[in-house]
Design a protein around this ligand. Sequence first.
Ligand SMILES: Nc1ncnc2c1ncn2[C@@H]1O[C@H](COP(=O)(O)OP(=O)(O)OP(=O)(O)O)[C@@H](O)[C@H]1O
Length: 314
Amino acid sequence: MVAIDVTDLTKEYGSVLGVDSLTFAVEDGEVFGFLGPNGAGKTTTIRTLMGFLSPTTGGAAVLGADVTDERSLVEVKRRVGYLPASPAFDETATGREILDLHASIKGDARRDDLLDLFDPPLDREVREYSTGNRQKLGIVQAFMHDPALVILDEPTSGLDPLLQRRFEEFVRAERDRGVTVFFSSHVLGEVRRICDRVAILRDGRLVTTERVEDLVDRSGKAVHARSAEPLATTDLALPGVHDLEVHDGDGDAATEVTFTYTGEVNALTDRLADFDLVDLAVEEAPLEDVFLRFYGDTEDHRDASRAEEGTANV
Ligand SMILES: Nc1ncnc2c1ncn2[C@@H]1O[C@H](COP(=O)(O)OP(=O)(O)OP(=O)(O)O)[C@@H](O)[C@H]1O
């Protein structure tokens, strides 16, 4: 079954286009990442799915409920968890009071398990919370009624690296329990580690929807070779060789080459066999490079992605 079904969805804010003719589906039981640069339309899509914005044209269904049909959406939302980009809590309530209220509406079968993992200071008023503690409270609230589908807008923003990893493990375990998770993210490392599929948005339009495994396959291999004899760029003019760089070598190497390879493995080994190599490293190419190609690969994006693996804010 399909958990989220988006069909030709367009949302205009006056003359500003939020999203443009989006069509994609999230299958039951998958972890689906929703990526794109700032302003791409992720939050607009998520708020439309939750019924907070109405589509200008096109539509969407969540667990079978049309998002413009208030009555059926309210009904299915009992089985949906939601974490907005900036959770708006009652600032003078304590974390416990907020969870109690939520429990009275939707239930809290899994509250204790979640509080073991994400432990906001429950007896303090939310206005005293740090950003990370707000996020932890939001995560507990989103999952504690044991929803079938969880929609999260940048769930790990504000979490420290330890909690980010804990969140990733938790989401993988939720998927194993059959829960569907749809989340927007700028953290490419986490997307790589936990998503089954991703959709990439740019300027309100869907650029691609792919399995993460396929993206990794297509990203090819990062090859680094050191040759005892001089090599020229033309020596490696092979289909599937990208971003080839040839440098003078040092020590026992006359030349060093690095490139990304997306072609046939045998064609590469045949060609390399012609040279007297002293060293060869073939590794998975960084997925960041593939994402950035879709994003548009501006200098800003590149710099941000290199800033810190796993926390790149592109
Ligand atoms: N309330 C609004 N009024 C007018 N324009 C808006 C409004 N909300 C969003 N937009 C515009 O719609 C487009 C998509 O914005 P959206 O917030 O959905 O992007 P996003 O992908 O979530 O970005 P970010 O990664 O920065 O959160 C942007 O051009 C944005 O300026």
